[in-house]
Design a protein around this ligand. Sequence first.
Ligand code: SF4
Length: 194
Amino acid sequence: MEIRIPISILPSYAYCPYKAYLELSGVEGAETKELIMGRKWHDLLQKEYESKSNILTSIEEARKMAKEKELYIIFRELPVENEILYGKIDEVWITPVGIFIWDDKPKVWFGYKLQLMAYAYAMTTGYGIKERVVIGIRELPNRKIAWKDLFKRKHEKLVEKFVSRLLNNLERGEFKKRSGKFCKKCKYKKVCYG
Ligand code: SF4
């Protein structure tokens, strides 16, 4: 059976492997303040984008237009996929100087960086992109750029390492649980510990 990993599961896996397992199994957790805020922000940004967007084009066409006409073209909720990963990127800028991949998050944290690396990996392999790619986190609520980096081979390797661990866990049906401060803030604390 062919298994493909939703990129949005990687931050959960980095947080707690068992959390990723519960999410992949479709187990509903409690609504946390962070989840409610995250959804609100997402809907707001999407509405703002829709009110401004005025062209419809493909990624290939946008890359060509950006180079030939020196344009900046912005996509939101861009689907990306390769053989193993799939997901939707919050925002992508196609520009004459390269591609910028942004995610709006409440803070800068390793799991979110990993998610961005996986988006860049799926996008560059899926679309055959050779341009310079920058990945970054814009911190909510002010959406200031709080972290950015040039996407490199070392990021691909990190994504491959996590994906291979996750596949291994799935194959063996074994997912480690966390404890302490991790569980305290987790939407599954009742599921795991009653
Ligand atoms: S409650 Fe703890 S063990 Fe359970 S999913 Fe959350 S972090 Fe993992």
